[in-house]
Design a protein around this ligand. Structure first.
Ligand code: TYM
Length: 332
């Protein structure tokens, strides 16, 4: 089992990242060989401030360690320090089809109506993501629901490359997405139809892993809801996206299920449920926030950890990169 996943170092780690992906990363460290990276090359596909990218890369590394990623057990690094990611992307650009990339919902959402003005990197972003996982022969890729389509594209690229250039052999392993059942898609606290995201202009829409107890309680208190009490069964959440989201967050944090939470809170209003959710959030996140505020100050230790991880990743990447060059008939 080879586990590979990444996160863009743009802004803070939020509850969606944590419950959708990072918590699974931490668990999977005991199940197989894991590589986790900061997708700093992906971050330049959108306008960015260079000094902020540097700072955010270090901060996100500290945040991952604070969440429980152990840089001795797992390989933790940033893409930039492993040039094989960019190299393999170029090699896969010959296999990826324009039509496949045009169908990517993230591309459509992020480019919006201004496709002509979007960067080429935003368009070919999913090919770099395919390179990220195929480079290491990943078998399992723990991600939130929003990355499922990108993973399917990685499988399509792998399959076509194997067919076109494998001579009967499998050059790339087809990776499986691992998506958590209760927290695959954490929604904004202000709008149950939009996912919780770093790019939402309202900070009230998300819980950041750096938020203190007061702001967590306030964000939950102000979270959008409806006037009905909670139902006692899951079916009663249909058409109530905000309620469904808050109950889903509770279940994910508690490690139970939506049905179990509704058995406990069914019939009660948000006046009772919100403080309980706020307290559960505060007690779950406090140890992470505390570790993070300590770790983020030691930039020398973070840089050393990333360099160590990158050195290991470069070694693991080389055989697949070499085979890919060979399969394409490129003299090296
Ligand atoms: P990114 O940085 O947007 O998010 C990192 C991880 O967090 C998950 N996530 C969520 N899960 C549930 N609810 C949410 N509201 C939510 N928001 C984010 C994402 O699904 C993701 O797992 N393109 C990727 C980074 C990447 C990558 C890769 C991932 C680059 N290369 C290779 C896996 C494999 C991204 O921008 O994730």
């Amino acid at each position: 089992m080879r586990v590979v996943s990444g996160i863009q170092p743009t802004g803070n780690l939020h509850l969606g990242n944590y419950l959708g992906a990072i918590r699974n990363w931490v668990k999977m460290q005991d199940q197989g060989e894991c590589l986790f990276f900061l997708a700093d090359l992906h971050a330049i596909s959108q306008p960015h401030v260079p000094a902020e990218l540097t700072a955010n890369t270090r901060e996100m590394a500290a945040a991952l360690i604070a969440c429980g990623i152990d840089a001795d057990k797992s390989i933790l690094f940033n893409q930039t320090q492993v040039p094989a990611h960019s190299q393999l992307q170029w090699l896969l650009n010959g296999t990826a089809r324009m039509g496949w990339l045009n169908r990517m919902t993230q591309w459509k959402d992020k480019a919006g109506k201004n496709r002509e003005g979007a960067s080429v990197a935003l368009f070919t972003y999913p090919v770099l993501q395919a390179a990220d996982v195929l480079l290491y022969q990943a078998t399992h890729v723990p991600v939130g629901e929003d990355q499922k389509q990108h993973l399917e594209l990685a499988r399509d690229i792998a399959q076509k490359f194997n067919n076109d250039f494998g001579n009967g052999e499998e050059i790339f392993t087809l990776p499986e997405p691992i998506i958590p059942p209760e927290a695959a898609r954490i929604m904004s606290l202000r709008d149950g139809s939009a996912k919780m995201s770093k790019s939402d202009p309202s900070d009230m829409s998300r819980i950041n892993l750096t938020d203190d107890a007061d702001s967590i309680m306030q964000k939950v208190r102000k979270a959008k809801t409806d006037a009905e009490p909670l139902p006692s069964e899951k079916a009663g959440l249909a058409g109530r996206p905000e309620a469904e989201n808050l109950v889903g967050i509770y279940a994910a944090l508690e490690g139970s299920s939506v049905d179990a939470v509704l058995r406990q809170f069914g019939g009660q209003g948000f006046g009772a449920f919100k403080p309980a959710l706020g307290e559960l959030l505060v007690s779950s996140l406090a140890p992470i926030t505390e570790r993070f505020s300590r770790l983020r100050r030691d930039t020398a230790a973070i840089d050393a950890a990333l360099q160590k991880g990158a050195a290991k990743a470069r070694v693991l990447a080389e055989p697949t990169l070499e085979r890919t060059y060979q399969a394409l008939g490129l003299l090296r």
